[in-house]
Design a protein around this ligand. Structure first.
Ligand code: FMN
Ligand code: SF4
Length: 807
């Protein structure tokens, strides 16, 4: 009976299950989906946590962090030859290669319609009873004349605004050098302030038909306008603006010849960004003629316009150049943003009216031929980044042409410019070593004798505007390589020839030692760190290979803004990354990077450094600037060390360059830390790293250059002794392949195989006693010389028992 009952129940089961399914299928389905989602999420998070919490102490050589290289980081003008992508003969790097190749080949194609951004309503609400006007005078100056005019203008203008009746409506005008501001703080939206403070921009500019920092400013305005993430007229909250240009009619007689062309461009971009709030027409003056008179007339005109605003009459109506929307449409239609003449842009607009979109370059014009503000525009984003949709194709120029002020300034400072973007200079330590007066800290730490070392760069340009960079205002800057490119052979021949020539010129200097002079005629080391950003040069790998072929060691310093180039760089003798700050805000303040995603780039570079630490010696270079990046930042720096695990951390006090540029950046002698302060900082950093179980210790010092070295003791300490020096000959042998390296990785069959060399393969002698922490770092075989009046300060510099005072 019981068996029959069970059989019956079994027979009914499918029908029952079916019934349950019909009655509850939605909750069942939902439960299954949720369960699967929870399982997948758990697995994903566990995987991520594993990635994020990598063991702090260097582990197996194969341990790699996943680096997310963004497509836009591969500069479109960078010509990295495919074979060199597989940098370090390392099978694992195929991931990077594939990724980069994929980025190059397969741009994302989104087809669809982009809704035209509705032009925002002009915002000129100014309540003259309660609101205040804050005028800001911006200027850019390369050779100094516009700076003088700007301060002259501001003095006169301030007296006017602060006159008794007007001071109710005006706040004191501010003077701002465009080289030293964050564009984002002023040109993406008006500066932040109290709600009753309204801003008015006055912009004074020269024009240069060569690449200068001014080109970057113009590009920035254009990019802001074209950036789809930002409103097309983000500055419409300004009360108004006006531009004055300085040019030279001797060289650029008419506007067609280029007279004041950059001021005209800025005026046009400002009109678009503010939605035509030109309060007074563009002024122009010839620096060799009427500049002063024109500027004075223009100032009075601006004052009249401001008086109208202050009395509640706004920008006026219908007067040409007044900012009235009916004034002109060309600012609206000439949206491709290149610097051509108005006649040319008109021609282009006519052409685009008659043509279909068959080229992304035409997009800008086409967008603006549309009459209905709400119309949908067909758009094909077949490109890596939205910005480049609008970018005009630029013909490459020379980075530092012979006629440029930058060339003149660099030459005056003792640099020899090679080709049009490379430079070489004899550093003061080379001279010092030739005279037997000591080498730089690189000798104490790594064994580089300064008279055998050449300091050079293949790119005088970089993508930062660091506060401690003396070249400010005159240096070429840029986010992409867009210059005429010299071959690596030309650069190598140029820099070595110029270096030898300079060494030869020193043979008559009193005190030069004959044997050192003879040794100096064979370059053994190259510090690619002079100024600029060496890895910005598209053929940097070829140049490095030429150096290694010539058995010249390479110390390369980069500024952590070019991850794609860093990932594909060939192994150098020692790879540096400048760490100028420990966090995003501080980095923005001190390096003033041009890249908006500077922090993501910086972090990616740290991860790449971590991945490459078993292929070459990696170094963090910290430059301490008091008041900028020292106080309270020890933990932040420790975080960065923990992230990248460099072999070494060099901590150096900033060197004050004493130029007016440094002053404008807010840097004075007070920002230069004393050696004792650097020492305290390093001690705290070491403590913090030890507290995290990271085996870094203070290995060596060179008090004379205010520099201290922390090293990873798990790798660069043997038998209880620091071993920070380099066996350079062994490095070249490894590079040539005449000696086998010991870097092993798991092969496809699971067995360990040698895939290259490790930094440990070319460690040299132990760090000498005199260079160790606490001993000062001055080689006792050299003679320490103090310049008269700059005597030794007790307790600050040690190890100078054989010092003499130069008279
Ligand atoms: C290399 C160079 C290129 C120049 N290009 C132009 C130009 O294209 N159009 C122009 O009107 N003035 C041009 N000038 C003249 C400068 O704009 C003018 O001298 C200005 O006053 C320089 O200002 P600054 O001293 O503030 O840098 C050029 C000057 C130099 C040295
Ligand atoms: S990275 Fe170097 S060259 Fe570039 S701005 Fe900074 S200090 Fe100057």
């Amino acid at each position: 009976m019981a068996r029959n009952g069970a059989r019956e129940l079994l027979a009914q089961l499918p029908a029952e299950l079916l019934q349950i399914w019909h009655a509850h299928r939605i909750p069942i389905l939902l439960s299954v989906v949720s369960l699967v989602a929870i399982v997948r999420l758990t697995l994903f998070l566990r995987g991520r946590r594993e990635k994020l919490s990598l063991p702090p102490v260097p582990g197996l050589p194969s341990e790699k962090v996943a680096v997310d290289l963004k497509p836009e980081w591969l500069s479109e003008n960078t010509t990295i030859p495919q074979p060199t992508l597989n940098v370090d003969h390392d099978a694992d790097n195929t991931a990077i290669v594939t990724l980069v190749a994929k980025m190059k080949k397969g741009p994302k194609t989104i087809k669809g319609k982009k809704k035209r951004k509705k032009a925002p309503k002009p915002n000129i609400a100014f309540d003259h009873k309660t609101d205040k006007i804050r005028p800001i005078v911006f200027f850019q100056s390369i050779a100094g004349s516009t700076e003088r005019y700007a301060s002259q203008f501001t003095n006169a203008f301030t007296s006017w605004t602060m006159g008794s009746a007007r001071s109710i409506s005006f706040l004191e005008p501010q003077l701002r050098d465009l080289s030293y501001i964050e564009y984002d703080e002023y040109f993406i939206s008006p500066p932040k302030s109290e709600s009753n403070v309204k801003h008015f921009y006055i912009i004074l500019l020269p024009t240069y038909n060569i690449d200068t920092v001014l080109s970057t400013f113009v590009e920035n305005l254009q990019e802001t306008h074209n950036d789809f993430r930002i409103d097309t007229a983000p500055l419409n909250g300004l009360l108004g603006y006006s531009v004055f240009g300085f040019g030279d009619k001797e060289g650029w007689l008419t506007e067609e010849d280029g007279f004041c062309s950059q001021a005209r461009e800025v005026d046009r971009w400002m009109a678009r960004l503010t939605e035509r709030k030109r309060a007074y027409p563009l002024g122009m003056g010839d620096v060799k003629g009427d500049a002063e008179q024109r500027l004075e007339e223009w100032r009075i005109g601006i004052q009249d316009a401001l008086a109208d605003i202050a009395e509640g009459r706004g920008l006026g109506e219908g007067i040409l150049g007044s900012g009235d929307p009916a004034e002109s449409n060309e600012e609206d239609v000439d949206d491709t943003g290149d610097s051509d003449t108005e006649e040319e842009s008109r021609k282009r607009i006519d052409k685009s009216k008659n043509s279909q979109i068959d080229d992304v370059e035409d997009l800008g014009s086409t967008v603006n031929t549309s009459n209905t503000s709400n119309s949908l525009i067909p758009i094909d984003f077949t490109t890596y980044k939205s910005r480049s949709v609008m970018k005009p194709i630029q013909t490459p120029k020379e980075m530092v042409p012979v006629a440029s002020p930058t060339h003149a300034a660099l030459t005056k400072q003792g640099y020899t410019i090679i080709g049009s973007h490379s430079g070489v200079k004899i550093c003061r330590w080379t001279k010092s070593a030739l005279r037997g007066r000591g080498s730089c800290y690189k000798y104490s730490f790594y064994g580089i004798q300064s008279h055998l070392c050449m300091e050079a760069t293949p790119s005088l340009s970089c993508s930062n505007k660091c506060v401690f960079c003396w070249r400010h205002g005159t240096n070429p800057v840029g986010t992409t390589w867009r210059w005429i490119t010299d071959s690596p052979e030309l650069i190598f021949d140029g820099i070595t020839t110029a270096h030898y020539k300079k060494i030869k010129m020193m043979k008559g200097i009193p005190g030069v030692r004959a044997e050192r002079f003879a040794e100096a005629m064979r370059i053994r080391h190259c510090a690619l760190s002079l100024v600029g950003e060496p890895i910005f040069y598209p053929h940097i790998n070829d140049l490095l290979n030429i150096m290694h072929q010539n058995r010249i060691s390479t110390f390369l310093v980069c500024n952590a803004q070019h991850p794609a180039q860093l990932a594909t760089l060939v192994s150098v003798t020692q790879l540096y990354v400048s760490i100028d700050a420990s966090n995003k805000d501080s980095l923005r303040r001190i390096d003033r990077p041009l890249h908006r995603d500077f922090w993501e780039r910086f972090c990616a570079c740290l991860d790449i450094l971590r991945n490459r630490r078993f292929e070459q010696r990696t170094v963090f270079r910290l430059t301490l600037v008091k008041g900028f990046n020292m106080a309270e930042e020890v933990r932040g720096y420790a975080d960065l060390v923990e992230r990248a695990l460099p072999g070494f951390v060099e901590v150096k006090g900033v060197t004050y360059c004493g130029t007016s540029a440094a002053g404008s950046a807010g840097l004075t002698m007070h920002n230069v830390p004393f050696y004792e302060e650097v020492a305290v900082f390093v001690t705290e950093l070491e403590k913090e790293l030890r507290a995290r179980n990271l085996g870094y210790g203070i290995a060596a010092e060179h008090a004379h250059s205010c520099c201290v070295l922390l090293a990873d003791e798990t790798r660069f300490r043997r038998n209880g002794m620091w071993a920070t020096r380099i066996d350079f000959e062994k490095f070249f042998d490894l590079w040539e392949g005449s000696v086998r390296g010991t870097r092993v990785e798991k092969g496809v069959d699971g067995s360990m195989e040698v895939v290259g060399w490790r930094p440990e393969d070319y460690i040299g002698e132990d760090t000498p006693e005199w260079a160790l922490w606490g001993n000062g770092g001055f080689d006792p075989r050299d003679v320490r010389v103090w310049r008269k009046g700059k005597g030794k300060k007790d307790g600050i510099v040690k190890g100078d028992t054989n010092a003499v005072v130069e008279v």
